[in-house]
Design a protein around this ligand. Sequence first.
Ligand SMILES: [Zn+2]
Ligand SMILES: [Zn+2]
Length: 132
Amino acid sequence: MLVDMVRCHEADPEGYRCVLVPQHEGPHKWGRCLATDAEGYRCILPPSHPGGHELAWFARPTDIGDTHTMRYAGRYERASDQARKDMDMLATHQWFPVSRDYVPSALGARLRPLAFLFAGKLVVVYEYRPRT
Ligand SMILES: [Zn+2]
Ligand SMILES: [Zn+2]
């Protein structure tokens, strides 16, 4: 993605991206694009980012008990690393994981000795549970 090449990769605890260039000196600077879609989803990217908006489904108020499914493709370690980062970030928005399944690809299952080479899919379901 183009944005990843020109911006620092760090995001604050709410998932908003640093607006500075990669490997910048000093502290990160958080900012956010002001765009929203028709339903009020906020964009989580920095102001005046290139490319399309990335809308923040998790930042929008929703009904208690609503669920959202996230899918991570790739080897288990990498997929679960990414999922763990998202879990921390989503927890600040009151979304918590209620189920977590790793499904190895069909190819990986057939060639069992080489299964670790093949991508599977980690599926995490989040539920909106605001503290009352
Ligand atoms: Zn930064
Ligand atoms: Zn945007």
